[in-house]
Design a protein around this ligand. Sequence first.
Ligand SMILES: NC(=O)c1ccc[n+]([C@@H]2O[C@H](COP(=O)([O-])OP(=O)(O)OC[C@H]3O[C@@H](n4cnc5c(N)ncnc54)[C@H](OP(=O)(O)O)[C@@H]3O)[C@@H](O)[C@H]2O)c1
Length: 263
Amino acid sequence: MNLQLNGKRALITGGSRGIGKAIAYSLASEGAKVAICSRNEKDIATVANTLSKATSSTVYGVKADMGDLNSIEELFSKTRTNLGGIDILVNNAARVSVGTTPDSLLEVTDELLRYDFETKMLGYVRAAREAAHEMIQNRWGRIINISGMAGSAISAGMRNIALVSLTKSLSEELGPYGITTNAILPGFVATEDRKVRLEFLSAKTGIAPEILESETANSTSLKRIVTSKEIASVVAYLCSPLAQSITGEALSVGGGGNRTIPY
Ligand SMILES: NC(=O)c1ccc[n+]([C@@H]2O[C@H](COP(=O)([O-])OP(=O)(O)OC[C@H]3O[C@@H](n4cnc5c(N)ncnc54)[C@H](OP(=O)(O)O)[C@@H]3O)[C@@H](O)[C@H]2O)c1
């Protein structure tokens, strides 16, 4: 199937590794011109270069912090200069919740709450607002919010629910201009740092990482852990003109059976 993404201009926040990198590869492979960002200048330049060579498409790497308004404005300005505009925004940059940071009521710190608010809530809203001006003028656009299913964690749960609500609001406000907005809810994804996250959970629970991994896989309908490439394929379809009729949705992409947040 031709996803008709050739020549579309896409900004993916947080593309130096993990899900964002897989999305960047997927969109660039479909012929989109892509910009990615991370807080680490060297990493993002290296990954942009690698992806550009692998896909024979434009992949532009920018240092940016999605928790900082000035940095976001600079990212959009540089992206517009380099790609000529933005048709697709994938809000992705944030910390992974499960297996990284203590996040129960008795453990959660104000620092974590503030970080999640600044990056994954305010950061996503600010980026959508930056992108929307141009998309409204063009009467076309795609906004994808990478949320998550961590419903039982305090900070991650609040941010994930907030993003589902944000997605719905944006879909209603921007829909009349041909702009669709959807959220993706990954479960536990097999990214580069999955071992580190399993070891963190193992230290916390006393359960061996291999057992945690197989329990996670068995909690899904497919009995396996979803890959970042699989998340990226769904995102690429939602970015396509072919997906014009899908908006305001929060789509679980976790192999089934592991939805944990109500919506
Ligand atoms: N992996 C999972 O199992 C899983 C499950 C559910 C939801 N998610 C969500 O999926 C998204 C991606 O997760 P992932 O697993 O791909 O994470 P990851 O492997 O840690 O990658 C995160 C990417 O975002 C960048 N980033 C993080 N904070 C940033 C900031 N403030 N400004 C700019 N860039 C930033 C990172 O680069 P720097 O650190 O160099 O800035 C990196 O490129 C996140 O929103 C996460 O919550 C992941």
